[in-house]
Ligand binder design. Sequence first.
Ligand code: HEC
Length: 113
Amino acid sequence: MRAIAAMAAAFSLAACASAPDEARSRDLAADGRVIVEQRCVSCHAIGESGESPRQDAPPLRRLAERYPVTALEEAFAEGILVGHPAMPALRFTPEEIAAITAYLESIQERRGG
Ligand code: HEC
């Protein structure tokens, strides 16, 4: 009986997630979070709070203070990040870049206006 209840819960979750665009960008951001958890977390704080493991690496939620997150998309595509000497060269597929960018956008601390 318990298994059936769990399955029913899983199905209703799946039904929610199939709602249009908004759910799609949420999925993309979730994929991006997975990538960032694997590739960035050793140096950067990647969540909505907390400090970076490396003190000289800015928490990713604060990137928008320096430049629009969408500007990073191009940098990732070229495998170059300005001011990133400590980091090994990053190469991502277009899908990964879209996911990372969606995730970064989702965690930026919003400032007034
Ligand atoms: C080996 C450690 C390390 C890893 C791994 C790492 N970073 Fe960094 N990152 C740094 C450091 C250190 C800085 C600060 C460099 C500076 O300001 O001189 C930085 C800065 C940045 C900046 C800001 C650059 C600027 O000019 O302000 C971005 C954007 C960034 N990292 C994104 C990422 C992303 C996305 C990942 C994962 C895909 C990642 N980093 C993984 C160490 C790392």
